[in-house]
Design a protein around this ligand. Structure first.
Ligand SMILES: [Fe+2]
Length: 414
């Protein structure tokens, strides 16, 4: 894991201080007895239940459907109880991570309290009041404050990710909006209805609104399973390549890990980084169409054999282009032997004409080839490989990619 930078530390400490101060302030205004105590327990149990059903969309994206619970409790009891309801759910999230990191827990609690507090202030300023058994509600305060909660939450979390990855806050925020806006929009009416029904009909009637939440959960699960099957297919294809070429065992898997990290550090989105990761796993799939005598030849190739070997990029791209979701990966695979100075193959592309994924793969592929044992030479050390790559930065490789790759390498060794 990369260490936490100074900027991230200052930011998380600042948010934690503000969040904890707000939590203390709101908590001092709560009198936890009677109906308020019963209400708190009801919403806290729901929060824990929903947060204990996370859906892993990818290794970095976890979806939970806890917003309606937090927001409904805000409309009924205000920011103090709502913050504690959200914290009860967040504690379940803490239990999911392998290592307990107090600063991370504090930041999470604080950003939730801060988002709830901002949403509450907007709600009150726009004329909203706590929902009671005979309240009259206006549409705008409810929608404004729900929107504010979403914006504040996205901004606070995107900023910490951007600082950690040294990427643009705008880019990370935009990516997050793209994937979560619809999810939030669907949850807002559920939250509002849950609060109104809880207050004006009964606590058990508000539980009916858990059904759409569970259905959404089920659909997300199906989607996550589909994603997993997609990845399994890729891994199966990679195993097929490795079975043919005995000298590259684990090669594509190693490359894929580095490719993902480099792509992320360059500032690409998770989606783009995953495409590059898939391309890394499958970059040599075209070797399936290369003769065994050439592929496993225990010595350097002749010119004629090299020409045949070069065809693996075209064969690989042709295989992948037939699968819709691998169209972009296929372009990366096709160009992974281009050189930054235009002396590569198959199209002799130069500089930025080469897709960024292909520029990343060429650096990582070279590093892995140098440090791997070949039938005609032993593996060389990581230090020698780094020297070789540095020497060729700006000619064979993109200098910026080399710089980031060496950084990633260092972070993963130390
Ligand atoms: Fe290759």
């Amino acid at each position: 894991m990369p260490g936490i930078g100074k900027g991230t530390r200052i930011y998380t400490i600042a948010i934690s201080c503000i969040g904890i101060a707000l939590l203390v302030y709101w908590t001092s205004n709560i009198s936890l007895k009677g109906e308020i105590l019963r209400g708190f327990l009801f919403w806290a149990v729901l929060s824990v239940m929903i947060e204990s059903m996370p859906i892993y969309l990818s290794r970095q994206e976890i979806v939970t459907l806890g917003f309606p619970i937090t927001y409904a409790s805000l409309l009924i009891y205000g920011p103090g109880i709502s913050s504690w309801v959200a914290i009860c759910g967040a504690i379940i999230g803490v239990g999911r991570s392998k290592k307990l990191k107090i600063d991370r827990v504090l930041f999470n609690i604080s950003q939730l309290t801060l988002s709830i507090s901002i949403a509450w202030i907007i709600y009150q300023k726009s004329g909203g009041t706590l929902i009671t058994s005979n309240s009259v509600y206006s549409f705008f305060p409810l929608v404004f404050s729900a929107g504010t909660y979403f914006l504040a939450n996205t901004f606070l979390v995107s900023t910490v990710i951007a600082l950690q990855q040294k990427a643009s806050i705008f880019k990370i925020g935009l990516f997050s909006f793209k994937y979560t806006t619809l999810n939030y929009l669907a949850q807002v009416p559920i939250a509002i209805l849950m609060a109104i029904i809880y207050r004006q009909i009964s606590w058990w009637a508000s539980l009916f609104l858990l059904f759409p939440i569970f259905i959404a959960h089920y659909v997300y699960r199906l989607y996550a399973n589909l994603q997993k099957q997609h990845l399994d297919t890729i891994q199966a294809l990679a195993t097929a390549i490795e079975a043919r070429d005995s000298y590259t065992e684990n090669h594509s898997r190693r490359m894929a890990e580095y490719a993902f990290l480099v792509a992320k550090q360059i500032g690409l989105s998770i989606n783009e980084a995953e495409t590059i990761e898939y391309a890394a796993i499958l970059h040599d799939i075209g070797k399936i169409g290369i003769n065994d005598n050439i592929l496993n030849k225990p010595g350097p190739l002749t010119e004629k054999e090299r020409v045949k070997m070069k065809k693996h990029v075209k064969i690989g791209a042709n295989i992948l282009t037939r699968i819709d979701s691998f169209k972009e990966a296929s372009r990366i695979v096709y160009h992974h032997h281009e050189r930054y100075d235009g002396k590569g193959y198959p199209d002799k592309l130069k500089g930025k004409e080469i897709p960024i994924g292909a520029r990343i793969l060429s650096v990582i592929d070279a590093y892995d080839a140098i440090t791997s044992e070949r039938p005609y030479r032993p593996a060389r050390s990581a230090k020698e490989a780094i020297e070789e790559i540095k020497k060729n930065a700006g000619t064979q490789f993109d200098e910026k990619v080399v710089k980031i790759f060496l950084k990633v390498l260092k972070q993963n060794v130390t």
